[in-house]
Design a protein around this ligand. Structure first.
Ligand SMILES: [Zn+2]
Length: 295
């Protein structure tokens, strides 16, 4: 009997040894969920605002801006899957319109989706209120349109969350978002992944900035190869350092509340609209602002 067990043990060892590197990428932990209220349009993120999104000590929420991008977003989705991390993607409308299949893939993998305007003008303060509102409205519409053919539960991945390009907010626009029960999401820290620095430098800056605050929302860009390059290593380093990950999701009922608002930004695209109308192409004055600290 002993020899049979020993033989089985050897067989098991051989079998395990022949497996791909799956064992080392098994989930060390799941992502927790943080419910974020959006009623009245609160703003979150200690870099700009008094309020944080309710993350616990050593909890980090990963957020990715400016996609979807066919070169980099799929790789980032695979890395997040391998590490069992759920994140939030703040999408740009024109990219969502161009790559709707990636929008649906982000939703199908269980991530939260927020929006980040139609065409990413760097500073909405330089636009007329009407143009700026159209930028925001079309950003939501483009993502909703991309998700309109997705299963119901995936369509619900679009949260009433908005992030200003360059984090350049404006009081009148935030009041307008508030009337539509859309929360503004800023961050606690960035990693300069939009700058011309190496992947290793992005990782170093992320770790340094996270350590200095201890918890919060990290802003990254799923359009940057350097971000995809360092992401797996960053997640592993954070976990090794005792951090865990949290996914920002709308508080229960927040989506419905936003959709029931007067002149809503969510729920504005109905399924019957899909073939009839494309979001209007924005005609906008160019931004006068040079590159800002965060894009
Ligand atoms: Zn951006």
């Amino acid at each position: 009997m002993k020899s049979v067990l020993a033989a089985l043990g050897i067989l098991a060892a051989l079998f395990c040894a022949s497996l791909p590197a799956r064992a080392e990428t098994a989930c060390p932990a799941e992502t927790s969920v943080v419910a974020v209220p959006a009623k009245g349009g609160p703003a979150y993120g200690g870099m700009q605002y008094a309020r944080s999104a309710g993350l616990g000590p050593k909890e980090v929420a990963l957020t990715f801006d400016d996609g979807p991008n066919p070169e980099t977003t799929p790789a980032i989705l695979d890395i997040l899957d391998r590490h069992c991390v759920k994140a939030t993607f703040f999408m740009v409308g024109i990219h969502a319109q161009k790559h709707p299949e990636i929008v649906r893939e982000v939703a199908a993998r269980g991530h939260t989706i927020g929006t980040h305007t139609w065409s990413h003008p760097n500073n909405l303060r330089h636009f007329s209120l009407e143009s700026a509102r159209r930028q925001i409205r079309q950003g939501f519409a483009a993502v909703e349109l991309a998700l309109a053919t997705a299963p119901e539960e995936d369509r619900d991945r679009l949260a009433p969350f908005f992030r200003f390009p360059g984090l350049n907010d404006s009081k009148p626009l935030m009041a307008w978002l508030g009337e539509r029960n859309i929360a503004t999401l800023s961050c606690e820290f960035g990693a300069d992944d939009w700058r011309s620095i190496s992947a290793a430098q992005v990782r170093t800056r992320a770790l340094r900035n996270i350590a200095s605050v201890g918890r919060g929302i990290l802003i990254l860009h799923d359009t940057k190869p350097r971000t995809a390059e360092m992401l797996s290593s960053l997640i592993a380093a954070l976990r090794a350092d005792g951090y865990s990950f949290a996914q920002l999701v709308p508080e229960e009922g927040a989506r419905e509340l936003a959709a029931a608002s007067r002149d809503p930004l969510i729920g504005a695209v109905r399924r019957v609209d899909i073939r009839d109308e494309e979001p209007e192409t924005a005609v906008l004055k160019p931004s006068l602002e040079p590159a800002t600290a965060l894009q």
